[in-house]
Design a protein around this ligand. Structure first.
Ligand code: ASP
Length: 339
């Protein structure tokens, strides 16, 4: 592989934290120094330029405005770098990988998001391996999408989820095959990856002030609170995490009425399943078709993280040929399998 030059965003996360009086907290300068050591010790490690964000954040504090900063940094360095690594906390990593996938249109280079469960400062850790893998994948030819590198796996970014909170293999992409893995060699399956885009690269900003709400159904949810939220606050969009194949209680007419009123009034309501895998099919059960009649849009097999990020993206775009509702239903970056 010819020598590649990467641009690296270090946003924060456990990976670069050190123990302090209140627990683990980001430690400016520490990860860049460790990374330089790892680069010297790893044959063929790509050249890179690193931008450390200030302040470094625990990704629980991530805000949509951070996505704009990341997309702008990638855009500013796009043409003179071969690939990108985003070093990030694991808690909201799936949201960031999803958001970047939508914001970076016609991406012709790898953008690899990684983090770790154990900080570099602890031994043994998963941080060093994840960094080496992320840099290696970011230098990969024929990879043109936002991916997550974690625990020797390469996952599509907008399919990746933090599924296991106490495992080194914290991330999976239950609704899409793994794009690549490291088993001695770095092996990936180009047939599963997005094709090289035809058009020119463009980074789009999102509007961080959009009111997008996530709501998970459960037996006993308070319809009064849902009514108040939808009728009074009129969010721009709602991601409803429904049961199974996209079902909700069709015996709960006040809930269906509230959803119907909101969607008529302009709230874009996307139905995703709260199952780890599977897809929404609102034609399957009466309990699902009632949601379709209430105006909900199927999110198919999108993860809740991808649905939230996609709504930020589509609702921030000037209207082109397709409106937000049509864009939600179709695959823009491989985030859903039907449409
Ligand atoms: N709370 C940390 C974060 O998301 C967890 C991690 O990085 O693993 O920044």
């Amino acid at each position: 592989m010819p020598h590649k030059r990467l641009f690296v965003i270090y946003a924060g996360g456990t990976i670069g934290m050190q123990a302090g009086p209140a627990g683990f907290a980001p430690a400016p300068g520490y990860l860049p120094a460790e990374l330089a050591r790892i680069a010297r010790a790893t044959p063929g490690f790509p050249d890179y330029t690193l931008k450390e964000y200030a302040p470094l954040i625990d990704s629980s504090n991530l805000q949509p405005a951070h996505w704009n900063a990341m997309a702008a940094d990638i855009a500013a360095h796009y043409h003179d770098h071969d690939g990108f690594v985003v070093i990030h906390g694991t808690d909201t990593l799936g949201y960031t990988a999803s958001a970047l996938s939508f914001m970076l249109e016609n991406l012709a280079k790898p953008v690899i998001v990684t983090g770790s469960m154990v900080p570099l400062a602890e031994q043994p850790n998963d941080a060093e391996q994840n960094l080496v893998d992320a840099f290696r994948w970011a230098a990969q030819d024929d990879l043109h999408e936002v991916c997550v590198a974690f625990n020797r796996l390469l996952l599509r970014g907008n399919r990746a989820r933090k599924l296991w909170g106490a495992e080194i293999g914290a991330f999976g992409s239950p609704n899409y095959p793994i794009l690549g893995r490291v088993q001695g060699d770095y092996e990936f399956n180009p047939a599963l990856c997005l094709p090289r885009p035809g058009g020119d690269f463009e980074a789009h900003a999102i509007d961080p002030s959009l009111a997008i709400v996530g709501l998970k159904l459960y037996p006993g949810h308070s319809v009064r609170m849902i009514e108040r939220l939808l009728d009074q606050d009129r969010p721009a969009a709602l991601v409803l995490e429904s049961y199974g194949a996209g079902n909700a209680p069709d015996a709960d007419q006040p809930l269906l009425d509230a959803l119907g009123r909101a969607s008529t009034a302009g709230t874009l309501i996307v139905n995703v399943t709260q199952c780890v895998s599977g897809k929404v099919d609102m034609d399957n059960y009466a309990a699902g078709s009632a949601l379709a009649r209430a105006g909900l849009v199927s999110g198919w097999d999108m993860t809740p993280e991808a649905a939230i990020a996609k709504l930020y993206f589509v609702l921030s775009q000037p209207r082109r040929v397709l409106g937000p509702e049509e864009l939600v239903k179709v695959s823009l970056r491989g985030e859903l399998s039907a449409g």
